[in-house]
Ligand binder design. Structure first.
Ligand code: NAG
Ligand code: NAG
Length: 431
């Protein structure tokens, strides 16, 4: 395959301005050395808007992206009420409203092996629509503008309320839906915790016959285990990280193998959100799984939120570990980003590098909680400049600047994704 992608940078906020990237054609048959990076400059473009805030975003075809918001007073409407989901067409930069029945706020999403996306969990009724706490929403992508979100709450729902769950596709093509809380809140706690997981489609497994399965890890990681990090590994295990802890989870046998904790007390799940990625599996590294987690916060998870500050520095730490017996014995390797970030996104680029984008340099996730909110934001000092990370470079010289800087804060509920032409689409939640 010719590696002729172009690292452009595409910004798609509801209100914002779009800025377009430079295209740097690459000669056919160029080297396949993963370190032969595409040269050229990154740029910003804003060819359109997303109609609803892009709090959740998934590229669903060569030409489309699915965008999910919470139920709020968006400019886009559908069937006489506000819209909270849309499909963006990359060719036309137009959006089309979609029709979920339930509130998608704080839901999770993963593709099934057959290509249908499962959005699950979410939020109660706010303005209109149905309670999404137990929602299962199915979206089978199309590129002819005809597909929509399917919900049948009476027949198709989770076993229990899940606000801030996470999910990932597993090796049999189904999706595991993991954790969250039964009602919302700045962070999780004993009373709201839903320390369990389930599958879609449901499974009769380990004696649980489709009902939720308890998770000790989710009991041990209170209070900061909303939106846990889940990464599917080549051997069928799932890497899970929440709060200051990590484990390998075998869903077939329902067994947990605890890993060394995140170094230096850094918390990595909401509201102390880090970004995480499975580094590229390549012939050169013999497809050996290695995870990278960047950012987060060392702020207390037991303090009263009103005693926390939007000005407390986030963590600049990246932690990296090879997930083999030898790698686990060697433990986490720690590196420092050029800037601290809470709520970053880590995007795998086609040339094997990682783009670290979005987030704030101080504060924590959420809004309306800390003592010195900025507007209603719990975070401040947006990290406006994305940074590149080259996992193959020598330690100490892995980070480099992209040379671009946005003017739009991309903090709580911001999103970013690689698109089919190698650009990055970025969206956000607007307060
Ligand atoms: C990539 O796709 C985006 C979205 O359609 C577009 O704005 C951008 O111009 C494209 N970039 C190139 C180099 O074609
Ligand atoms: C994929 O599987 C799900 C669950 O069984 C089903 O609802 C959906 O229609 C399937 N999608 C396709 C494209 O076949």
């Amino acid at each position: 395959m010719q590696r002729s992608f172009i690292p452009a940078f595409l910004s798609g906020s509801l209100l914002g301005t779009l800025v377009l990237g430079l295209s740097v054609p690459r000669s056919p048959g160029a080297s396949l050395d993963p370190r032969a990076f595409v040269s050229g400059n990154w740029g910003l473009t804003q060819p359109g808007t997303t109609g609803v805030s892009a709090m959740q975003l998934a590229v669903t075809s060569e030409t489309t992206a699915l965008i999910l918001d919470k139920v709020e007073h968006n400019p886009l409407t559908v069937n006489g009420h506000v819209a909270w989901a849309s499909e963006l067409n990359f060719n036309t930069n137009q959006v089309r409203p979609l029709n979920p029945l339930s509130n998608t706020w704080c839901a999770t999403g993963s593709f099934l092996g057959n290509g249908t996306l499962v959005s699950s969990g979410g939020n109660p009724i706010v303005i209109t629509g149905q309670n999404g706490l137990q929602a299962i929403r199915l979206f089978t992508p199309c590129n002819d503008g005809t597909c929509d979100i399917f919900e049948d709450p009476a027949r198709l729902h989770l076993t229990s309320n899940r606000w801030y769950p996470s999910s990932v596709r597993i090796d049999d093509g189904s999706v595991i839906i993991y954790g969250g809380s039964t009602f919302g809140g700045f962070e999780n706690g004993q009373s709201g915790n839903n320390p369990s997981y389930e599958f879609f489609p449901p499974k009769n497994i380990n004696g649980f016959n489709g009902v939720k399965i308890p998770s000790q890890f989710l009991m041990d990681t209170l209070n900061a285990n909303h939106f846990p990090i889940l990464i599917m590994l080549p051997d069928g295990n799932i890497f899970v990280a929440a709060n200051q802890q990590a484990m390998l989870f075998n869903w077939r046998t329902n067994t947990e193998r605890r890993l060394p904790g995140i170094p230096n007390g850094v918390r990595v799940s909401s509201p102390y959100s880090a970004g995480a990625v499975l580094l590229p599996l390549t012939p050169e590294n013999n497809y050996t799984p290695e995870v990278l987690i960047c950012g987060g916060s060392t702020v207390s998870d037991t303090a009263n939120p009103s005693s926390l500050s939007s000005q407390t520095p986030a963590s600049a730490q990246c932690s990296r570990m090879v997930l083999t017996d030898a790698g686990i014995a060697a433990g986490w390797k720690v590196e420092t980003m050029p800037q601290a970030r809470v709520m970053p996104e880590l995007i795998l680029l086609p040339d094997g590098r990682i783009l670290i984008i979005n987030g704030a340099q101080t504060g924590v996730a959420g809004y309306g909680n800390v003592g010195d909110q900025v507007g209603s934001s719990n975070a401040d000092h947006p990290a406006f400049s994305p940074v590149l990370y080259d996992p193959n470079a020598a330690a100490g010289s892995r980070f480099s600047a992209t040379g671009i800087s946005s003017t739009i804060a991309r903090i709580y509920h911001s999103t970013a994704s690689l698109t089919p032409n190698g650009s990055i689409i970025v969206g956000e939640y607007n307060f």
